[in-house]
Structure formats: C-alpha cells, structure tokens
Ligand binder design. Structure first.
Ligand code: SAH
Ligand code: SF4
Length: 430
C-alpha cells in the first residue's frame, strides 16, 4: 500500500514537471513517504530526515515534505519536532501535496483529514506491465496491536464499475498483472450503499477476470474472518485469479488471537485453510505472524509453531511485536515479552517456516509453469527473473523480454526461490 502511495506521489510530481535527481543533494524537493507499522520503520526514517535537514542547512531553498502514516500519527507535532519540514500529509491527503507545491507562499502546512478515497492521481508504475489498484482505503477492524485504523481511517470502498473501468484502461496501456490492495480486501463492498457500483469482492474478481488481456489478478490482504466460499471458488474457477493467497495468521493460539481482537480462533483459521485447499489443492498459501505479543507464553507460542507446521505455508512475513502509539496492546506494559525471548522465538519460527516452505516448493520441481518475466536475475545478469502464478520467484536461463509470459521448466527449489530453464519447445507450441 505504501509503495503504491509512493507511485502516486511520483506520478503527481511528474505531472507538475518534477523529475528525479540522480544525487539526493541535488534535489530541490525531498519527499518522504513514511510507514509506521512497526517502530523500526519510524527510527530509520528519522535518521534519513536528519540527513535531509543537513542538506537544507546548506541550501535553505530545499523543500522537505513528509507524507504517509508516520506523518498522520504525529500530525502537527512534526513541525514542532522538526521545524525544517515544509509540508506534511497523511496517506489520504496525497493530492494536497500538489496544492501546496503550486501555491504562492510556501509556509509550512499539514494535511491530515480523512476524506475517503482520494485517488485518481496519475501513477508512475515501476514496471509497465504490473499495476496496483487500491480498492479501498482504511480499516474497520480493531486489531489491538495495529496502528493502521488510526493512520488510514475507516474503510471506504471504491465503486465496482469504477475499478473495472480503471483496470480495463490499464490493460489497454499494457498491464498484464494487477494487484488489488486493501487492508481487508474481502470485506470489500460490505458497507457500500445499494445501487450502481456496489458488489462483493468475489464479484469484483469475476468482473476483472472477464477483461480481455488481463492475465493475472492478485490481491492483498484478505482477512480470515471474511474468507468465504465465493472467494475460494473464484480461485478455482477464474483463470486469471492467481493460485496464491496471503492469509495472515498472526498467532496460532486462540487465547492470543482473542487478545489481538482478530475475531477468529485457531480452529476457524485451520478450517479456512481446509476449505481453500479442498477447492484449490495446489494453491500457495503465505501468511503474517507476530511473535512476542504481550502475554504470549511458551505454550501460546508452541501453538503458533504447531499451526505453521500443520499448514505448511509457502512463505511468511514474520514480525516481533512492536508497541504502537495509541493502540490497545501498547497499554499492556506489564505483559510485554522481553526482547531476548522474542528473538529466540523468532529464530524457532523462522526455522519452521523455512523448512516447510522448502518442502512445499519441491512440488514445483519437474513441472513447466508460466512465468511473468520481470527482468534479469539479481545474482546473475545472464539469467532472467520472474514469478509463477503461485507468487514464487524463479531465476532461469532463456531469452525473453520483461512483461512476457513464458513457459519455464522448474529444475530446483529452495524455501525462497525456484530455478529453471525456459522451455523452448513448450514456447514453440504456445
Ligand atoms: N491489513 C493487513 C495487515 C496490514 S499490516 C491484515 O490484517 O492482514 C501487515 C502486517 O504487519 C500484519 O499482518 C502484522 O503481522 C504486522 N503488524 C502490524 N502491526 C504490528 C505491530 N504492532 N507489531 C508487529 N507486527 C505488526
Ligand atoms: Fe491492522 Fe487488523 Fe486492520 Fe489489518 S485488519 S490493518 S492488522 S487493524
């Protein structure tokens, strides 16, 4: 979501005539898009901000802007703590940046209202054949560890017909793969008023699948509470919906899930996995897990390990709990888990995740799978890099351009990546 916000900031700046400088010091405008999901993101950002301040001491004409969730969470305080900042805005106020930059007087200003979706900004896509589409902003859940509801506001969904028209236009420009973005994508449509433009998430998948020339549909993230048969079946029935689902677990302990206010328990999560796999036996499942949530005991953590063993995820993002401003869990100071204990649990979790992901990845070896080429391999420029529908990265030998979808025979697998060779015979037949 944050990266997509950056694309929209870049697109908007380009439309105002700005271009990127090769060297930071040469910039007339230094703009930060910030994340606040965990403390580490905050502290790293502050050190970059100090660097920008040092450039500005040399050249006071430099404009410094701070957008995104960190800005939203401190609001006007940013100007008190960092007086050299000229403009600050929350994730819902990206469009106000243009207003500020084109105004006559550049006196420091902050924009922190929640206005619902303020999209329709030009975006500068990193790759011309892949796009992100924000289907909703905000989140109505109240996960006790999470800062997002306070930085992005209540959930507001964009009308279905508008989304379909946007994706159709992108496909006409050459987009082959779209990733639908929202904090809780499968709650899409639930709170929309009846009338034109209303629809469920499954309906949205159906309508997008019908667009000619769109090869791949991805989305992130769905919530286990809202994972129903209609979306599960969409994976089985619709060709362009990728065989990959990122379904955040957070914890395998029902007691901790309750304290997290995740609104499902361990059994319900496992039951969702069973339903998904019943209809999509080959689907890749990835997840998010938090270790060291306040009050997490060794027994709770053992349950998380058990669920990860049992499911056998194809990959996971793993996080040590980080107390966030004004969240319910941050108040539970007496129950905080020590850093050393969290780090030790993280090591054990990563071992299970990687081992199971490695085992799962072996199912791809020997198969020939379609790969959307993204560019050259990061470790060997003579090879290519792309992704299979399951979301796994493949490094392979062959000749193809970024944006092409080519058949690749998978020859080996690790927990993270696959390796293969482009199948010229299969290509000749397609
Ligand atoms: N809306 C998405 C997640 C957005 S945040 C969802 O509910 O799935 C991405 C991930 O960051 C979360 O899934 C969670 O695992 C992690 N996260 C969020 N807040 C955190 C915190 N305070 N400490 C550690 N991890 C956190
Ligand atoms: Fe945060 Fe929970 Fe909303 Fe995800 S669903 S953004 S974790 S409050």
């Amino acid at each position: 979501m944050n990266e997509h916000d950056s694309e929209r900031m870049k697109g908007m700046l380009e439309s105002l005539g700005y271009t990127e400088t090769a060297e930071q010091q040469d910039a007339g405008l230094i703009l930060f898009n910030t994340c606040s999901i965990r403390e580490k993101a905050d502290s790293r950002f502050i050190s970059y901000l100090q660097l920008a301040a040092s450039y500005k001491r040399r050249d006071p004409e430099i404009v410094i802007g701070v957008g995104g969730c960190w800005a939203q969470s401190v609001k006007e305080d940013v100007f008190r703590r960092f007086p050299f900042v000229d403009v600050a805005f929350g994730p819902g106020q990206v469009h106000k940046l243009a207003e500020f930059l084109t105004s006559e007087s550049l006196t420091a200003q902050g924009f922190f209202e929640f206005e619902g979706f303020t999209g329709h900004l030009p975006e500068k896509r990193a790759r011309s054949f892949q796009s992100w589409v924000q289907i909703s902003v905000g989140c109505n859940m109240k996960c006790s560890y999470c800062i997002v509801p306070s930085t992005r506001g209540r959930q507001v969904d964009r009308p279905l017909d508008e989304l379909v028209a946007e994706v159709r236009a992108q496909v006409a420009e050459g987009v082959r793969e779209v990733t639908l973005l929202g904090q809780n994508v499968n709650a899409y449509g639930r709170e929309m008023r009846a009338g034109a433009g209303r629809g469920s998430f499954a309906q949205l998948l159906h309508e997008l699948d019908a667009i000619d020339g769109l090869d791949r549909i991805r989305y992130t993230s769905p919530h286990p509470q809202d994972m129903k048969e209609d979306v599960v079946l969409a994976h089985a029935e619709l060709d362009s919906v990728c065989p990959h689902m990122h379904l955040p677990l957070q914890s395998g302990s029902s007691r901790i899930l309750k304290a997290m206010r995740r609104t499902y328990n361990r059994e319900r999560f496992l039951d969702r996995v069973a339903l998904i796999r019943e209809h999509n036996p080959d689907i890749a499942l990835t997840t998010d897990v938090i270790v060291g949530f306040p009050g997490e005991t060794e027994e709770d953590f053992a349950e998380t390990l058990e669920v990860c063993e049992a499911v056998g995820f194809d990959g996971a993002f793993t996080f040590i709990y980080s107390p966030r401003r004004e969240t319910e869990a941050a108040e539970l100071v007496a129950d905080f888990v020590g850093h050393e204990v969290s780090v030790e649990r993280m090591d054990r979790l990563v071992e299970v995740i990687q081992r199971r992901a490695g085992e799962q990845a072996r199912r791809f070896v020997g198969r020939t799978l379609d790969v959307l080429v993204e560019g050259s391999s990061r470790t060997d420029a003579a090879r290519l890099r792309g992704r299979i529908g399951h979301g796994k990265v493949v490094n392979f030998s062959g000749l193809a351009e970024p944006g092409e979808i080519v058949p690749v025979a998978i020859t080996s697998a690790t927990s993270q990546t696959l390796a293969g060779e482009m199948s010229l015979l299969a290509r000749a037949l397609t």
